[in-house]
Write a new protein. Structure first.
Length: 53
């Protein structure tokens, strides 16, 4: 049982460190907003990369 508790504690510590590093790094793209879509032509979903040609 102590091995499982140690593993859970390790996961919590790793998550905490990753979260702290992410907060310190800040946003990857400050102007990025949800739903802004990708680049490309109007009317394109961004997922069509021309694979059906």
């Amino acid at each position: 049982m102590s091995v499982l508790a140690g593993f859970a504690l390790l996961l919590v510590v790793v998550f905490g460190v990753a979260f702290a590093v992410g907060r310190a790094a800040g946003p990857v793209s400050p102007g990025l907003t949800p739903g802004s879509g990708g680049g490309g032509k109007p009317g394109m979903s961004g997922h069509d990369m021309g694979a059906g040609r």
